[in-house]
Design a protein around this ligand. Structure first.
Ligand SMILES: *Cc1c(COP(=O)(O)O)cnc(C)c1O
Length: 359
């Protein structure tokens, strides 16, 4: 069997051992004569998975008893609405850090509910860098401060949490959740679509702090969009297949050595790629060095013509899904947790040959 070197931004590569485990037990889960995804979500088998995944997420992130874990549907995009629907009342203000397309989408939704104060916007410079601490201008008393930890499209990343004026952070961590340690004490809510760094598409992880939930609005909220509806019980059918796979990915993360291990691993991969980019002028990183993402490495070549050739020749070397997002152009190598070191080495090797030939 030949697997590609997969640099897809999402849905993205998954650990082979997880895929094989699911494959092996797919049609006959634990000798039950059926797959897990043909069973009731209220049965013992799925209940155990839901519980294990919850406990693993808490253990990996260091979240204590003050935290709830929810497995919701609708993608991270639904959280753009659900967060202000629950927490931002008319007349109240939430602070948002605008560092890319996903942040802007979150801001657009929040504007439907209350006041949005944009604490920083990187838009004028086409989102090519993140704010320094002194560039963040917060409002007086925000209900929360929202940020996007990794900007999947532009290729920038917060390595540590932005300082706020005192409010708790709400984070869209869709494209770097569990790629490095976080300071959980600073957060009120973290959400992440699974399909980049955690599993297949179909489930959104929401980690929600109980003390933050106390700030929930008093106005009526549609039942399915109310976080409380999903706490302590399954309100409706969860995406069982996605949660089942996420649970194995979490097990794999723990076995490897948790967030410290992945931090080192992801730093090593990113270093290899950025070093190659920085060797001379042939490859050109698209964002400020201090803001570079260790998950989505974005760069350009001297011409669009060469970029096209790069992509097609890369594909013939088994290096796949490297095309940049249409709003940035160029090349994007997404190197999430499950991207192997060998894949990055193969890409660097190809980049060297390509430069030698065309540079
Ligand atoms: C992909 C992505 C989204 C959108 O996720 P959906 O699950 O497709 O709604 C939101 N935010 C970030 C940072 C992303 O990378």
């Amino acid at each position: 069997m030949k697997r590609i070197h997969n640099f897809s931004a999402g849905p993205a590569v998954l650990p082979l051992e997880v895929l094989e485990k699911v494959q092996a037990e797919l049609v006959n889960y634990r000798d039950k004569g059926s797959s897990l995804i043909e069973m009731s979500h209220r049965g013992a088998e799925y209940t155990e998975i839901n519980e294990l995944a919850t406990q693993r997420l808490k253990a990996i992130t260091g979240a204590g008893d003050d935290w709830e874990v929810l497995f919701l549907q609708g993608g991270a995009s639904t959280q753009f609405t659900m967060v202000p629907h629950n927490f931002l009342a008319p007349g109240q203000t939430a602070d948002y850090i605008d560092t890319g397309s996903w942040s802007s989408k979150a801001i657009k939704e929040a504007n439907l509910f209350g006041n949005v104060h944009v604490a920083f916007s990187g838009k004028e410079r086409n989102y090519s860098r993140l704010p320094g601490t002194d560039e963040l201008l917060f409002s007086e008393n925000p209900v929360y401060t929202h940020f996007t930890s990794n900007n999947t499209i532009f290729g920038t990343q917060f390595y540590s949490e932005p300082e706020t004026g005192g409010s708790l952070l709400v984070c869209d961590a869709s494209s770097d959740f569990l790629s490095h340690p976080i300071d959980i004490e600073k957060y009120g809510l973290i959400y992440a679509g699974a399909q980049k760094n955690l599993g297949p598409a179909g489930v959104t992880i929401v980690m929600l702090r109980k003390s933050f939930l106390e700030l929930q609005k008093k106005d009526p909220i549609p039942t399915i969009l109310n976080y409380n509806t999903h706490i302590g019980t399954l309100f409706n059918t969860p995406p069982v297949f996605a949660v089942y796979m996420v649970n194995y990915v979490l097990e794999w993360i723990q076995k490897k050595g948790g967030l410290e291990w992945f931090d080192r691993f992801n730093t090593e991969k990113a270093y290899l790629l950025y070093s190659e980019i920085d060797k001379d002028e042939f490859y050109r990183g698209t964002v400020d060095k201090s803001s570079r993402s260790k998950m989505n490495v974005t760069f350009r070549l001297p011409s669009e013509e060469l970029e096209k050739t790069f992509l097609s020749e890369a594909a013939s070397h088994n290096l796949v899904a490297l095309k940049g997002h249409r709003s940035v152009g160029g090349i994007r190598a997404s190197i999430y947790n499950a991207c192997e070191l060998d894949s990055v080495k193969a890409l660097v090797n190809f980049m060297q040959h390509f430069r030698a030939e065309k540079g």
